[in-house]
Design a protein around this ligand. Structure first.
Ligand SMILES: NC(=O)c1ccc[n+]([C@@H]2O[C@H](COP(=O)([O-])OP(=O)(O)OC[C@H]3O[C@@H](n4cnc5c(N)ncnc54)[C@H](OP(=O)(O)O)[C@@H]3O)[C@@H](O)[C@H]2O)c1
Length: 274
């Protein structure tokens, strides 16, 4: 893994999160290259010591960077994947590992373009990869070699944990962990608004909610106990917390979460078929 040349084709939020994580994990910068659409974004990457080219100033940027890579990570938007793969077909070696991070784009769609490349991998990372605490779902084509799968797994393990799954599970994983940070931040937003509406200053509301969240997650990690047990310890029979949980149950929070997940999975299906 340490000696593999890795090209990031599309290096926006997700691509650069993985790229930065990889650098932080010690992958040699000279072995990392990246492309963007705009020159200003490519320059920002070059300023950080990464070899980067932009499509708007170098029309063959993708082909140039992908051409000598051992591993290609596709960080463009889902609707661009087929165009980018078509552009790269013929430029990349047969045994190159091609990893997509695109939501909703199937391995079969990639294989239809790269019909001579067996090592096709589909992943679904999440943005905590930026701080080395991502979760990445990884599914591989049946034709992918064990070495290719191991390289892809090692790449994403540099930025967190990897869950290897069959492809049919990736849309559900995407809804749970790929989009997961948005669930968490949305809950934080609502929780803080409620605290502010009770008369707390914004600073105090942020402190109460964020420190409670961080402390609770750390307690969960260190205690060895399940969330249910830890919740029971905060919930005296007939007490105030019991009313909070009863109110959340009445609102069918689990049902809301389930509908949210199903809506995301349905949208992934629409993207795949569009
Ligand atoms: N964001 C997430 O939390 C997340 C999570 C999991 C998976 N994903 C997947 O990651 C992929 C990227 O999402 P994102 O949120 O990172 O999007 P983004 O921030 O918009 O990044 C897209 C990147 O692609 C570049 N680009 C656009 N056209 C290009 C082209 N023709 N050739 C090369 N590069 C090109 C953009 O350059 P410019 O910036 O210069 O335009 C930018 O660097 C998507 O497929 C998405 O499904 C995202």
């Amino acid at each position: 893994m340490d000696n593999l040349r890795i090209a990031f084709i599309g290096s926006g939020s997700m691509g650069s999160a993985v790229l930065d994580g990889l650098i932080a994990a010690g992958h040699p910068k000279p072995l990392i290259s990246a492309t963007t659409r705009t020159e200003s974004k490519a320059k920002a990457l070059r300023d950080r010591g990464v070899s980067a080219l932009a499509g708007e100033t170098s029309p063959d940027a993708n082909a140039l960077m992908a051409g000598d890579a051992d591993v290609i990570v596709l960080g463009v938007k889902p609707y661009q994947i087929v165009d980018v793969l078509t552009e790269l077909k013929g430029e990349i070696g047969k045994n190159v590992v091609v990893i997509s991070m695109a939501a909703g784009i199937k391995l079969a769609t990639m294989a239809a373009v790269l019909d001579e490349n067996p090592n096709l991998i589909r992943t679904m990372p999440n943005t905590p990869a930026l701080v080395g605490k991502g979760v990445t779902g990884l599914a591989s084509a049946a034709s992918a070699s064990p070495e290719a799968i191991a390289a892809a797994k090692a790449l994403f393990e540099a930025v967190g944990s990897v869950v290897v799954i069959p492809e049919e599970k990736i849309d559900a994983l995407s809804a749970v962990s790929g989009s997961g940070p948005a669930w968490v931040y949305y809950i934080i937003e609502q929780w803080e608004k409620v605290a502010i509406s009770e008369g707390f200053s914004e600073a105090d509301a942020k402190l109460m909610v964020r420190q409670t969240l961080a402390g609770s997650v750390e307690l969960l990690a260190n205690s060895g106990e399940e969330p249910r047990e830890l919740r029971r310890k905060v919930t005296s029979p007939g007490g105030t917390t019991e009313r909070i949980i009863a109110t959340l149950d009445e609102a069918d929070l689990q049902g809301i979460f389930s509908r949210s997940l199903k809506a995301a999975v349905a949208r992934a299906g629409e993207i795949a078929n569009s």
